[in-house]
Design a protein around this ligand. Structure first.
Ligand code: ADP
Ligand code: MG
Length: 732
């Protein structure tokens, strides 16, 4: 019997009865909200008025905190943390590894020989120097031999996990280059703020002084029992199953989506929500997803930087809480073949400090024109920089999802619904130059004026579009479940910032040099944008073959693989955009591109090794073991029934013996070829290497999997060493 698999399965029936599973939920979750956060309310209680005002200015206006004030804030933070039982503090940051990083230092400071105090000052709050030499940096730190340091980001609140005060921070090299996700994100958000505020102030509302990008992510994930998980080396090492025959029942019946949540999972979710509440992560919805054992969680949207931090924090907490409930959480974009993968939809919009959503129409024509301005500029930004958006979501894992049957394609298009499409078509007809009074009235009443009504009953939804307008926000649906939202959010906000700058320049030019009125100038510029970006507007089925053909006709790129997408990222136009906005220097961009390429190659390299190991050392022995039993059986039949009579009795067994041999041979050849290709690829570097892994290594997985999955259907279940899909997906 295949011990590990069956031992794990034997544990399952008891899982639901474990005492440590039960979770006590307090009467009101709201009472826990921000319990472990150095929130505005806590600051008010712990800080002097001067310090409170200073940090609020830092948060809301981005002003610098003077050192003496930082000292005061540090002491207040420490007092608060100690009152919560904290003993340590850490700068909490997001290096390019994809997970969060922390280095704990104790508040405890000895002095003289036998005395000690808890110490924490402004310097310690503002900066920490982790020995960061082994974080991915794309060569930046090697060349300069400089240290990296982390610096406090006051715009994201500090929080306590366990006994540690965590201070959200950026991570940069000594020479100032970004080594993390947060630094470029903050730069992009600031660029967007400047550009959008300028447009609002100049054309729509002079009271606007700040525009923040908002983000509401939806996190999809799978849960697998931890014992079952441990029995699959591919899940443990790569996060996905490299082998496994599809089960008799998959998601065909669609009976999981929004179904009742299993008890064990419910306990996990309850505890997770309690932890989220305490940390100020405003989670509001939870439900089953389409695939068996797949679930989703979503919060109320927040300012983008905080939302990104909350998502990274959430992923850590989810893993920890899952562990407590004897689950392992899978964030991989495609853990199971033939079953839906997981995404992380990024809902995005912009809000003014006067309380308006810029992607939401308003009560008067001016507000509606404002909506239209931001709406059309968003589309134009996506049109101009679609390859950058594509590259922002490119990973080895997401490649399995994009373009697969249930995920948005790698072609970047936008869905806006047929009625809004109609409005754009009307606007395309706006007269070039000055507008007659009649045309102005017509536009005001019957085109722009109709938008609020249209959106009210705009029930159009398109789940197949990578970038869909959903009434008052865009939903970037192609983001992968395991990725840090900062990547795609940096790009989206950067391209929007650039687009709004261009827009402002063009409108001002028409006002100043062509003598057009403000509204006329705006209509004129929008008209041209609409003409341009119609090619990315697509209302049909994004998953269909027809769309791929149609998109090709329209001249849209279909960058199916990560190496292709990452190659396009280094386009001169994109480097200029980043340099102009001060988001990345060329060097930072090159470094980041290199990190991503390397990560891609390494992922496939590891998968190749794991697959070869499992196929050779787990699958082939099990197959031969069973084949030997069959051979013994055939020999026995022959012995009992003699040469003539045994044949019909042994036919099935003999076919199986042959089938097993054929598949074992296919695995043997497949593994030899795979390892040879992998060896060649591993000698290369950068773009070339990633292409080799993509084109010469990865396709060789299929032959091995095909043979192994065939064997799974032949070999005695009791001898099969790998946990089967039906067990991974249907036991809870
Ligand atoms: P839908 O019906 O389109 O799914 P919801 O209101 O349920 O809309 O929102 C889905 C997600 O979008 C949630 O995570 C929510 O926080 C987020 N969201 C809603 N409004 C905004 C906004 N203005 N900016 C960013 N995200 C938003
Ligand atoms: Mg969803």
């Amino acid at each position: 019997m295949s011990t590990l698999r069956f031992k794990a399965l034997a544990e399952l029936p008891f899982r639901n009865y474990r005492k440590d599973n039960a979770v006590e939920v307090p009467k009101k979750l709201s009472e826990l909200f921000c319990e472990n956060v150095f929130s505005e309310e806590t600051m008010r209680a712990y800080l002097t008025k001067e310090a409170f005002t200073s940090i609020q200015d830092a948060i809301k206006k981005g002003s610098k905190t003077p050192r003496n004030i930082a000292d005061q804030i540090a002491v207040a933070m420490k007092d608060w943390a100690l009152s919560k039982g904290a003993t340590h503090y850490t700068h909490w940051f997001q290096p390019l590894t994809g997970s969060t990083a922390e280095k704990h230092d104790s508040f405890f400071t000895p002095f003289e020989s036998d005395r000690a105090i808890e110490r924490f000052n402004g310097g310690m709050l503002i900066q920490q120097e982790p020995d960061a030499s082994s974080f991915p940096n794309g060569g930046i730190r090697n060349t300069f031999e400089a240290r990296g340091y982390t610096a406090w980001d006051p715009t994201s609140p500090a929080f306590i996990i366990g006994t540690t005060l965590c201070i959200p921070s950026i991570f940069i090299s000594y020479t100032g280059e970004a080594l993390d996700y947060k630094t470029p994100l903050l730069r992009a958000l600031s660029a967007l703020d400047d550009a959008a505020t300028d447009v609002c102030k100049s054309y729509f509302d002079k009271n606007v002084t700040k525009v923040t990008a908002t983000l509401g992510w939806e996190q999809e994930y799978f849960l697998v029992d931890s014992a079952l998980y441990q029995s699959r080396p591919d899940l443990v090492f790569t996060g996905r199953t490299l082998l496994g025959h599809s089960p008799a029942k998959g998601q065909q019946l669609d009976d999981h989506y929004f179904g009742s949540i299993p008890t064990r999972v419910m306990n996990f979710m309850k505890e997770l929500e309690i932890e989220c509440m305490k940390l100020g992560i405003p989670v509001t919805t939870r439900h089953n997803e389409v695939a068996p054992n797949q679930f989703e969680l979503a919060p109320m949207f927040e300012e983008t930087n905080v939302a990104v931090d909350h998502n990274s924090l959430l992923m850590d907490i989810m893993a920890r809480v899952a562990h407590k409930h004897h689950f392992h959480i899978l964030f991989h974009e495609k853990p199971f073949k033939g079953v839906n993968g997981s995404g992380k939809h990024n809902n995005w919009s912009m809000a003014t400090d006067t309380g308006e959503n810029l992607l939401s129409p308003g009560k008067n024509p001016k507000k509606n024109l404002q909506f239209l301005t931001f709406f059309v500029n968003s589309l134009k930004a996506v049109y101009e920089y679609s390859d950058l958006l594509r590259a922002s979501i490119a990973t080895a894992n997401n490649d399995h999802r994009l373009g697969a049957n249930e995920a948005p394609p790698a072609i970047i298009s936008a869905f806006i619904g047929s009625q809004l499409y109609g409005v754009l078509e009307e606007l395309e007809k706006v007269t070039d130059g000055k507008l007659s009074p009649e045309e102005k009235t017509e536009l005001k009443l019957n085109v722009v004026g109709k938008i609020p009504e249209i959106l009210l009953d705009n029930t159009d939804r398109n789940r197949t579009s990578p970038f869909a307008f959903t009434g008052n926000k865009f939903e970037f649906r192609a983001v992968g479940s395991s990725s840090n939202c900062a990547g795609p959010m940096t790009v989206l906000n950067a391209i929007m910032a650039k687009q709004l700058r261009t827009f402002k320049g063009e409108v001002d030019d028409l006002i100043d040099n062509k003598n057009l009125k403000k509204d006329e100038a705006i209509f004129n510029v929008l008209r041209e944008y609409i003409k341009d970006c119609k090619s990315i507007l697509f209302e049909g089925d994004g998953y269909s073959e027809d769309w791929a053909n149609e998109a090709a006709k329209r001249g849209l790129n279909n960058l199916k693989t990560t190496p292709e997408a990452l190659k396009s990222e280094m386009n001169k136009k994109f480097i200029e955009l980043y340099e102009e906005l001060g988001i990345y220097t060329k060097r930072e961009l090159e470094a980041r591109n290199e990190v991503k390429l390397e990560k891609y190659s390494t992922t496939i390299d590891i998968e190749a090794k794991v697959l070869s190991d499992i196929a050779r050392n787990h699958i082939i022995p099990a197959a031969l073991n069973y084949q030997n039993r069959l051979i013994d059986n055939v020999k026995g039949l022959k012995e009992i029934f003699g040469d003539k009579e045994f044949e019909p009795l042994a036919r099935e067994q003999m076919d199986l013996i042959k089938g097993i041999s054929a598949n074992v041979a296919q695995i043997k050849v497949g593994v030899d070829e795979l390892l040879a290709a992998k060896e060649t690829a591993s000698q290369m570097h950068g773009q070339k290497q990633a292409e080799a892994y993509c084109n010469d290594v990865k396709p060789r997985f299929d032959k091995i999997r095909e043979a192994s999955d065939a064997l799974e259907m032949m070999v005695d279940d009791e001898l099969w060493p790998m946990m089967k899909y039906r067990e991974l997906l249907f036991t809870r």
